[in-house]
Write a protein that binds this ligand. Structure first.
Ligand code: 3MF
Ligand code: MG
Length: 350
């Protein structure tokens, strides 16, 4: 069957990763086991592996230790390094979870000083984004929830989140804000656990056309829902502006495993929804948020990036090759046992 022209082609897909995706392997129970690579070494690996974009937290580009006077110069140096490697910045995300003022979630904190910190940090991220020449700001509200329910007023907290987004929209009329929602970790319960929650906030902002979402596979799995459905929901709103692809073995801690490595069929459905809806044709990037296993030696601790990208592209091929007429016939006959075997056969290459 000929390719459907509205489908994304392999060439429509541009890939990104963040500096934290090449990491020394520390986890909450043990120290680093590998050397930290220099930023330039990371950029070279990204380029060699065929990535086009880099994801940033504000301090990945401009560390907190850099003085205000030096910020612009530092960010410009990072931009030049990107240029030198033929890479672009995909987004900048304000790091809103490490400073002492963020312990109780700075945006929804009861402490006005913490809320002011969130705003200042958000604006700093926008400044960095401008210098890196991207207009995408990702908001992962790491601690915007509660340790105990009685500690905050939930209605007031939603209002604080709306005011935060509005303040950033006001600060720069060019930026777009992509909410990356997650149901838990580091908090027990988040105020906006799902894409749907953030989308409903988006329509209350002063400029909904500049607010959308980034959907991460693992976050959906932690929520007990299917990533492809969550992406479909955002696509239906015209608001799937970013993805973080990875995999996750059930309702555990956030694992950031290589894309497709746990559940290939779930990964296929994810790729299929992106391919069928032309993801990437309007500049959307295929972001990975994956981590190397702690057992990997330094020399091989980039393979999770390569493998995730290879699996994604192999699944794009399956999407193009699979017999859509046969698929449709199973649907029409309501022969779902047959459809299931058809999908599994295609995934096994049989
Ligand atoms: C948390 C995440 C983060 C965010 C990143 C950008 C390390 O579960 O997925 O990745 O994606 O901070 O907002
Ligand atoms: Mg992520």
């Amino acid at each position: 069957m000929p390719d459907n022209p509205s489908f994304s082609q392999v060439s429509d897909f541009k890939f990104s990763v963040g500096p934290w995706n090449l990491h020394p392997g520390a986890d909450p129970f043990g120290p680093p086991v590998r050397r930290e690579r220099k930023f330039a070494e990371k950029l070279k690996i990204y380029k060699d592996l065929g990535f086009d974009y880099v994801q940033f937290h504000d301090d990945d580009a401009v560390p907190d230790s850099v003085s205000t006077a030096e910020r612009v110069r530092t960010a410009k140096r990072v931009k030049r390094m990107l240029d030198d490697h033929g890479l672009q910045a995909e987004f900048v995300a304000p790091r809103l979870w490490e400073h002492p003022l963020t312990v109780d979630g700075p945006i929804t904190s009861n402490n006005p000083k913490a809320r002011q910190y969130a705003l200042d940090r958000g604006k700093r991220a926008v400044d960095v984004a401008r210098l890196l020449e991207t207009n995408r700001i990702v908001l992962w509200p790491a601690r915007e929830g509660t340790y105990i329910r009685e500690s905050k007023d939930a209605v007031q907290s939603f209002q604080y989140m709306l005011e935060f987004v509005n303040a950033l929209l006001d600060y720069d009329s060019n930026i777009r804000i992509l909410g990356e929602m997650k149901p838990n970790e580091p908090m027990d319960l988040m105020y906006m656990p799902s894409t749907g929650h953030f989308l409903s906030l988006c329509y209350k902002t002063k400029d909904p056309s500049r607010v959308g979402v980034l959907v991460e596979s693992a976050h959906c799995i932690l929520l007990g829902i299917d990533p492809s459905d969550e992406m479909a929901f955002a696509i239906w709103h015209g608001k799937l502006w970013g993805v973080h692809l990875n995999d996750q073995d059930g309702l555990k801690y956030d694992q950031d495993k290589a894309f497709g490595s746990v559940n290939l069929r779930r990964a296929f459905n994810t790729v299929d929804v992106l391919v069928r809806h032309g993801y990437g044709k309007n500049g959307e990037v295929v972001g990975l948020d994956v981590k190397a296993m702690r057992t990997q030696p330094f020399e091989k601790s980039y393979l999770h990036l390569k493998h995730s990208k290879d699996i994604f592209l192999a699944l794009v091929e399956v999407c193009h090759r699979i017999d859509r007429q046969e698929w449709q016939a199973y649907r029409e006959a309501q022969d779902y046992e047959g459809l299931e075997m058809f999908i599994v056969r295609n995934l096994m290459g049989l």
